[in-house]
Write a protein that binds this ligand. Structure first.
Ligand code: G4P
Length: 533
């Protein structure tokens, strides 16, 4: 098999959105248009539904189901598309942040009625940190949404990216007639309730074609004015800027009505980057290198407590992953071999013999693999860019049964290694703090500690809302800060000091008061002075 050709045709991405904007619907429709599924409904049934916190077991079950959709692969126009699934539930946002480290680009779905929402901003912030290329799909044009120009302004302002509309909508809601493709200069007419994937393209020869008037009536002139305005305001589309993550092409459509999905997919396959080089602690790894490397970005526990095995998801970064071949597990410095790795083509889990850069492989693991671990053909390098992000809810975990202390510690360590939450310790003691992005995780942790490890635990609320990894210009400056803020300092899993603040306001005043200290948003940064005495 020609490896270069295989790399060249891979497109690995994620669809992201604020919950309810239409991520699940669009993902499903992309697969429908791409021929990856025959009927809609397959992805939908895997969605983590909006469920009360007390129903977390139901969510865990759904998360279990969603293992099957961790990655959805299909072929379209000669390209091999890998869509990495991200949980829609906001309490699992950290899963999504980590998945974003394993993609080469994203499609961001925005609800035309609601515009840019909180989660949209957070997700885009993570994409911007890594300069991930973004295509925006403004969804639900069949509803009375906000004016398109207002939405575009909001995107630019809140997401800190230049936008370039690729299509322009003709009305919205009950009067929605379709979109004009600014690039192809074609008209696409909207038919509500469309369930098929046939073409809805009307060939017109640009804006002056009288066919526009025939199809749109009086709306044709307004479209002409709008397009003139848009062309004057927005820079032309540039593939280079898109790939550099500085310009986002924008499409308008309605995923539910199969409208706008084909153009999105066609543009995506023609502009989205193939697997890109990735930074490690020693050098950049190019996908075309012949030696294998990859990293673990997600771990899923077996829901059956009698089986402790887990599934680790590996993103292949360079070379070829081969079944049963020996690889170096860099952190542990030992050789590992996987006899039944699987991939996710055509809605089925199938054992794979080989996988290429851009692919995701599921590996059975008995507890050796951690999120962020690197596997290689022998080179001792570790991929960067799988940082921990600041949690927003912190609680102390209290062991209720002193006889089960070992199980309590082991359980917490393993669950946090799986990425359920982050574990911090308070210096000079055994006190453990868990940080999460959602309340739900505490229910998941206490339930799983009890059922899988036989350890009873309760949680004690703490007043913090933000974490910052701290370094300083000099050891003395760091020491002074940590002495003064002793009560707010905890240590993360790698023994890095972390400052917990009660509010962004408190954080900002500390930033002002301690100019020699740097407060890092994530656990990964180029080190200045850090460490434990
Ligand atoms: P998410 O994954 O981002 O959370 O969103 P999801 O696709 O589940 O969509 C959220 C809701 O929005 C769903 O309705 C879905 O049917 C609806 N939706 C998606 N695309 C469109 C669209 O283009 N137009 C309109 N009008 N609605 C759209 P629901 O009632 O929550 O779920 P369901 O009962 O339809 O499954």
């Amino acid at each position: 098999m020609d490896t270069l050709h295989e790399i060249d045709r891979r497109r690995t991405f994620a669809v992201i959105s604020h919950p309810d904007a239409g991520k699940t619907t669009l993902t499903e429709k992309l697969r429908l248009f791409g021929g990856g599924i025959r009927t809609a409904g397959a992805v939908k049934s895997n969605k983590i539904k909006k469920t009360a916190a007390s129903d977390f077991m139901e969510i865990e079950k759904q998360r279990g189901i969603s293992v099957a959709t961790a990655v959805m692969s299909f072929e379209y126009d000669g390209k091999l598309i890998n869509i990495l699934d991200t949980p829609g539930h906001k309490d699992f946002a950290e899963d999504t942040y980590r998945t974003l480290t394993a993609v080469d680009s994203v499609i961001l779905v925005v609800d035309s009625v609601k515009g840019v929402e909180e989660q949209t901003e957070k997700l885009m912030h993570v994409c911007r940190m890594r300069s991930t290329p973004v295509i925006v799909f403004i969804n639900k044009l069949d509803r009375e949404g906000r004016p398109p120009l207002e939405l575009l302004d909001e995107l630019e302002e809140k997401l800190d990216i230049r936008v370039r509309p690729m299509t322009w909508p003709i009305n919205m809601g009950s009067l929605f007639k379709g979109v004009y493709n600014l690039h192809e200069e074609n008209l696409y007419l909207f038919k509500p309730g469309k369930t098929t994937v046939e073409e809805d393209r009307i060939l017109v020869k640009g804006l002056n074609d009288p066919a526009l008037d025939t199809h749109l009536g009086t709306d044709a002139n307004r479209l002409r004015e709008n397009v003139e305005l848009v062309e004057g305001v927005y820079d032309p589309f540039s593939v280079e800027d898109y790939r550099a993550g500085t310009q986002a092409p924008v499409f308008f459509g309605s995923a539910l009505n199969n409208f706008g999905v084909r153009e999105l997919l066609e543009t995506f396959v023609s502009i989205a980057p193939r697997p890109v080089p990735r930074p490690t602690n020693t050098r950049f790894v190019d996908p075309v290198e012949t030696t294998f490397s990859g990293f673990i970005f997600k771990i899923h526990a077996n829901l059956d407590p009698r089986h402790r095995d887990r599934i680790a998801f590996l993103r292949v970064c360079s070379g070829t992953f081969e079944r049963s071949k020996q690889f170096l597990h860099v952190r542990q410095g030992k050789q590992v071999r996987f006899t039944s790795p699987y991939s996710f083509m055509a809605e089925k889990k199938t054992i794979v013999d080989e996988a290429f850069p851009g692919d995701v492989v599921g590996l059975y693991d008995r507890g050796d693999l951690k999120i962020g671990d690197t596997l290689t053909d022998g080179e001792e390098l570790e991929f960067r860019g799988i940082p921990a992000f600041s949690p927003s809810i912190f609680r102390e975990m209290v062991n209720m049964d002193p006889m089960r202390s070992k199980q309590f510690h082991k359980g917490l360590k393993q669950l946090t290694e799986e990425g359920v939450a982050q574990l911090f310790t308070i210096k000079n003691g055994n006190r453990l703090i868990v940080g999460t992005v959602g309340e739900l995780q505490f229910d998941v942790i206490t339930y799983r500690l009890e059922h899988e490890y036989g350890a009873a635990a309760r949680t004690q609320p703490l007043p913090y809302t933000v974490a910052r990894w701290v370094t300083a210009d000099t050891p003395a400056a760091l020491e002074e800060f940590m002495r003064y803020r002793d009560r707010n300092i905890v240590w993360d899993k790698d023994d890095k000091p972390v400052y917990l603040a009660e509010s962004p306001w408190v954080l900002n005043s500390n930033i002002k008061d301690y100019p020699g200290v740097t407060f890092h948003e994530t656990s990964e940064f180029k080190t200045a002075v850090q460490g434990r005495a």
